[in-house]
Design a binder for this molecule. Structure first.
Ligand SMILES: *Cc1c(COP(=O)(O)O)cnc(C)c1O
Length: 236
């Protein structure tokens, strides 16, 4: 690992942690916030640098990309690997095997496939978040809001999954504060659904590099941060 990479990633992480701490002070919700380092397009050695700097949660958005890196990182104990991108059902078996958490489940057929695939790892459950289509037509992925009660109720009956909460990707808006209504809506949905279904949904995964402070002010328990930790991504 080059020393420069270690240094710059370490500094970036310190900066992000400070921003998280300040946002927590402003937040009326008072919850803990887990920082998930989103390492897509970045090499295994960048992930290792973030691990050395103390991070333990990592997010990748493609199964295949993670399969190509994980060999080189087998020795990193105690890390949690999240799949945060859209999952095609034909990759669900590999996803259940190579990730600890699938943060982007958006329909019941996919939940069922993950449940089946994860059976061999019982009694350890696969942590799942339901990705919510929060912004109407402006975004592509996620379960429609009106499908959520049914989807959550049915998925919570799957014995190898732990349905931990909700995730969203709001539209990208230059002005981070304009994203606030979407974060607020996800929080309110969480309250409504957990009351309705008598289900604890402790996790709200929302907020990325340019808007995670706003998300924390609205109650995010997990933020997914790529660029602010690893630098800009090369667009292929
Ligand atoms: C890439 C990605 C992120 C991180 O985005 P940054 O703007 O680089 O922080 C977060 N969540 C999801 C689902 C992503 O695909």
């Amino acid at each position: 690992m080059t020393e420069n990479l270690q240094l710059s990633i370490g500094e970036n992480i310190l900066g992000v942690k400070e921003r998280i701490a300040r946002a927590k002070e402003k937040s009326p919700h008072g919850n803990e916030v887990t920082l998930i380092a989103v390492s897509k397009t970045h090499p295994a050695e960048a992930i290792r640098a973030a691990y050395e700097a103390g991070l333990r949660h990592f997010g990748e958005n493609r199964v295949q990309e993670w399969e190509s890196k994980r060999e080189a990182l087998q020795d990193l104990g105690g890390a949690t690997w999240h799949l945060i991108g859209h999952l095609q059902s034909n990759k669900s078996t590999r996803a259940a095997k190579f990730f600890h958490a699938i943060d982007s489940v958006d329909d019941f057929a996919l939940a069922q496939r993950l449940d089946n695939a994860h059976e061999e790892f019982a009694p350890r459950k696969l942590r799942v978040l339901i990705e919510v289509h929060i912004a109407g037509e402006a975004s592509k992925s996620g379960a429609p809001v009106d499908s959520l009660p049914e989807l959550l109720r049915k998925s919570s009956g799957l014995s190898h999954l732990e349905i931990a909460g909700l995730m969203c990707i709001p539209p990208f808006l230059e002005e981070a504060a304009e994203v606030r209504p979407y974060f607020r809506k996800l929080r309110e949905l969480r309250t409504e659904l957990s009351d309705l279904l008598k289900m604890e949904l402790p996790v709200l995964s929302m907020g990325m590099s340019h808007d995670f402070e706003v998300a924390i002010e609205e109650g995010a328990t997990e933020v997914r941060v790529g660029t602010a930790i690893f630098g800009t991504r090369d667009v292929k």
